[in-house]
Ligand binder design. Structure first.
Ligand SMILES: *Cc1c(COP(=O)(O)O)cnc(C)c1O
Length: 385
């Protein structure tokens, strides 16, 4: 494979061993926990599953790093294991974090419920307002954490400015790229120091495992790996095998999901029963201009409100035949949820309204079905409300 291979080719060939063990074209599952050690091996170099150093893990790490355009990558036992381990690697007691004010619920709860006990402080900042960041920076600030596309209004912050600010201030920039996937955005190439994913979502893409990934410079990823080695959130080789298999079709899946989301967003925008549509690929989305510069695709997630309120929304969900009503996202099957009942159920109704997460908001995770079938299914369901 040439160095300038494109992401479709990297997804298939990167990390593959040629020849593979025993000539196998498909890299096998090395289930063993124990390997003969070499004289003088240091603790972190011993081959052991928890130390993230066994053959199936190294294979997966190489594939992930290539997809991210990063020097190094690491798989973790979940997306939450990725973010908790990153924060433990970067922050000590007394350190401070700048963090985007719209976060995945687990990350939000981790900070609000655990940071204080760990001696970490943090300040929420608006990723759309770079002029406000300097005032929030403190002498003990170590890192700046944001998300590429936020849930559930699909906002895209001023990510290029986050990189510039973090570099100027000597902060480690960290981004949760779960909603975009490396097909639509490669943060390391855009200058971010560390990128992580819930690999449970697009990277695996089949809604059948929980995993996470971290990528960045060899030095930073090694820091995170040494922390992970001690905190213990390593990925089991069976799940790792499924994740590597899912990764091979990542580019195909995400392009189909991008196209489906664009088709649905355009269809819904023109529909009389629909009050509002949130999708960064629509020209009237507030972030469309800079999202177009940053991203090579707008993703497979959209959200919308119906004119008829909660009752119409419930009737609409009931009338859909293709998508399952279920939380989570990024799989090959379309899923639909009401965030006020799932991802944002823990917020007070007043906070939800302020955040734009209205009770009638519907979030749609596009699968890889034919877009005409999805449009027709939504059209039939809208006709019933
Ligand atoms: C799901 C998700 C996570 C957490 O990942 P798990 O694999 O469930 O631990 C983190 N960030 C985002 C944006 C997510 O969607």
């Amino acid at each position: 494979m040439h160095d300038d291979a494109r992401i479709e080719t990297l997804a298939v060939h990167a990390g593959e061993r040629t020849p593979g063990p025993e000539g196998s074209v498909v890299f096998p599952i090395f289930q063993g926990t124990v390997y003969r050690s070499e004289p003088g091996e240091s603790y972190h170099d011993i081959k052991y599953l928890r130390l993230n150093s066994t053959p199936s893990q190294s294979y997966l790490h190489d594939k992930l790093a290539a997809l991210e355009g990063a020097e190094a990558a690491l798989a973790t036992s979940s997306g939450m294991a990725a973010i908790t381990t990153i924060l433990h690697a970067l922050l000590g007691a007394g350190d401070h974090l700048l963090v985007g004010d719209v976060l995945y619920g687990g990350t939000h709860n981790l900070l609000t419920q655990h940071a204080q006990r760990l001696g970490w402080s943090y300040t929420f900042v608006d990723p759309h307002d770079p002029s406000s960041w300097a005032a929030a920076r403190q002498p003990n600030t170590r890192a700046f954490l944001v998300e590429t596309i936020t849930n559930p209004l699909m906002r895209v912050g001023e990510l290029a400015e986050v990189v510039t600010f973090a570099k100027a201030e000597g902060l480690v920039s960290v981004i949760d790229n779960t909603f975009a996937s490396p097909v639509n955005f490669r943060p390391v190439e855009a200058g971010f120091d560390l990128v992580f994913h819930s690999a449970t979502k697009y990277l695996n893409g089949h809604s059948d495992l929980v995993a996470g990934s971290v990528a960045g410079s060899a030095e930073l990823v090694d820091r995170v790996r040494r922390t992970l080695n001690l905190y213990g959130g390593s990925l089991d080789p069976h799940a790792g095998y499924l994740l590597a298999r899912g990764l091979k079709t990542l580019a195909l899946r995400v392009r189909a999901q991008n196209a489906n989301a664009q088709a649905l967003a355009e269809f819904l925008t023109g529909h009389e029963a629909v009050l509002a549509v949130n999708y960064p690929g629509l020209p009237d989305h507030p972030d469309h201009a800079h999202a177009s510069r940053l991203l090579s695709g707008f993703g497979g997630m959209l959200s919308f409100r119906l004119r008829g309120g909660v009752d119409a929304t419930e009737a609409f969900l009931e009338a859909l035949s293709l998508p399952a009503v279920a939380p989570s996202l990024g799989g090959i099957e379309s899923l639909v949820t009401r965030p006020s009942l799932t991802s944002h159920a823990g917020m007070s109704p007043a906070d939800r309204e302020r955040a734009g997460v209205h009770d009638d908001l519907v979030r749609f995770s596009c699968g890889i079905e034919h877009s005409d079938d999805l449009v027709e299914d939504l059209g039939r369901a809208l006709a019933k409300v």
